[in-house]
Design a protein around this ligand. Structure first.
Ligand SMILES: [Zn+2]
Ligand SMILES: [Zn+2]
Length: 130
């Protein structure tokens, strides 16, 4: 039984996750801003073993602000960002919150990389990392 399901905008790629998120956050690093085209990425972390994907993702490798290599997986047809892997933590997968079928399942706990946050990107001050 999958607890979390989601996919891209066009439906070519779907995933299911048989686990609860271990951490949920907003990231205002510049790489997340570029990858999403907006002020931050909203992401949650799940164990890699709990994730199954149908359809083919394209991966783009980026060097994150902390030096790790992050592979960002997106649908090659519609471009929706969905999954991320990082060399810093090979046993986990990052999932984009809005790719969930039910995005209300996302409960952000923290904001990270707020130093590079944009003045127009308002985030609940209670979640700030500094
Ligand atoms: Zn798609
Ligand atoms: Zn980021």
């Amino acid at each position: 039984m999958s607890r979390l399901t989601g996919g891209c905008a066009c439906g070519a790629v779907r995933y299911s996750i048989d686990a609860e998120p271990t951490f949920s956050f907003h990231c205002q690093c510049r790489q997340c801003q570029r990858a999403t085209g907006t002020g931050h990425a909203s992401l949650f972390i799940v164990p890699k073993v709990a994730v199954s994907v149908t359809g083919d993702l394209t991966y783009y490798d980026q060097t994150a602000d902390d030096g790790a290599t992050v592979s960002r997986g997106f649908c090659p047809r519609c471009g929706s960002p969905m999954l991320g892997n990082t060399t810093g933590h090979p046993d986990i997968v990052l999932i984009t919150a809005a790719s969930l079928d039910d995005p209300t399942q996302f409960k952000p706990q923290k904001l990270v990389f707020s130093k590079t946050g944009q003045p127009w990107d308002y985030i609940d001050p209670a979640l700030r990392d500094e």
